[in-house]
Design a protein around this ligand. Structure first.
Ligand code: AMP
Length: 337
């Protein structure tokens, strides 16, 4: 078997368990790089063949050489950006699953917006001039992660007051879409050129998702401000009549990325984060161009992956399957950077 000459490797955090379990299920060797404090936890799992300890995840570059010897393919997840930054990711020299050029388009809010606009996707309006703002709005500071540092403003006075009280350095003002949040997890194969919807989740954000538990009367004097800090995820199925649109959105994003981003554009796992309004309009508020933590709900597959694969298929396993297919067809350059 070819896979056992290769090792699927990742950092010990975020979605490492599903990535390595998926790698093992597809016949690869598996390796985890993690800190001393976490290594005992990860040793519980028999599908992890090798664990390398480093003092902190940001010191990953120090052990790169060792991974070259083991014929590793590195699978990035959310913690790669958090601990290594964009430049740290770009400097990685061992085969990296995904196109690093996409990082620039994803992390620059203006570039991301122009990509999504070109993809003819519905986006919340964005306002430059305070006088042009339609309310309500959400203010997003640059570099905020997991919804921290966002705030809501219901009208101009409220916005002006809040911008004075917590002035973010660099921020955007976006139309606040009142609807239900849904996060669509896609996988695009650059080997077979097919897009699959793998699963759907909803983030559970505190306190915005709990405000409805206190009646308005009880909130009036408390002056509660909604916050958007993610603390959990729950699985969702989506109304079937919306699915064609969901697929179309994913295909448009991929197709435009192939035109504007060098080296095959976006491929592998990605997520469109959306809000759906009562008139069934799907607004995309963000794109994440890698495996997202919401896929951890589906270690054993989801109702949607079950429609496509006759075996349990997590996103981690789908990644390993893609690598296996690329190795067999001698096309690793199509899926690694
Ligand atoms: P994001 O970091 O862009 O995924 O946003 C974090 C959370 O803020 C989302 O999950 C939503 O609950 C909320 N949010 C962001 N943008 C909007 C928007 N334009 N309208 C309504 N809610 C939003």
């Amino acid at each position: 078997m070819i896979p056992n000459q290769y090792t699927i490797a990742t950092l010990g955090s975020h979605s490492a368990l599903q990535i390595l379990k998926g790698g093992k299920d597809e016949g690869f060797n598996t390796l985890l790089v993690t800190t001393h404090e976490r290594s005992d936890f990860y040793r519980r799992f028999r599908f992890i063949d090798q664990i390398i300890e480093i003092p902190s995840l940001s010191q990953f570059p120090r052990i790169e050489k060792k991974l070259k010897v083991d014929n590793c393919i590195l699978i990035p997840h959310g913690s790669f950006i958090e601990y290594l930054g964009i430049n740290g990711n770009k400097k990685i020299t061992i085969p990296y699953f995904g196109n690093k050029k996409v990082l620039d388009w994803e992390t620059d809010r203006q570039k991301q917006r122009s990509w999504l606009k070109k993809s003819r996707i519905r986006l919340p309006r964005q306002f430059k001039d305070l006088n042009d703002v339609y309310f309500p709005v959400i203010v997003k500071s640059y570099g905020a992660a997991g919804g921290k540092g966002y705030f809501y403003a219901k009208n101009k006075t409220d916005l002006q007051k809040k911008l004075k009280t917590f002035p973010p350095k660099k921020y955007i003002i976006q139309e606040y879409i009142i609807g239900v949040t849904m996060y669509f997890h896609y996988f695009y194969s650059n080997v077979s050129r097919i897009l699959d919807l793998m699963s759907v989740d909803r983030r559970y954000e505190t306190n915005v998702d709990s405000l409805g538990r206190i009646p308005l009367m009880g909130q009036t004097d408390l002056s509660i401000e909604p916050s958007y800090v993610v603390v959990g995820n729950s699985p969702l199925s989506v109304r079937e009549s919306l699915l064609p649109q969901v697929y179309r959105m994913g295909e448009q994003v991929v197709s435009v990325s192939r035109k504007i981003i060098d080296k095959y554009g976006l491929y592998g796992p990605f997520c469109l984060e959306t809000v759906i309004t009562p008139d069934q309009k799907i607004y995309v508020i963000e794109i994440s161009c890698r495996i997202v933590a919401g896929t951890n709900l589906f270690m054993n597959g989801s109702p949607y992956s079950w429609l496509i694969y006759d075996e349990p298929m997590s996103m981690g396993r789908r990644i390993a399957k893609e690598i296996k297919m690329a190795i067999k067809q001698n096309k690793l350059d199509l899926i690694t950077d």
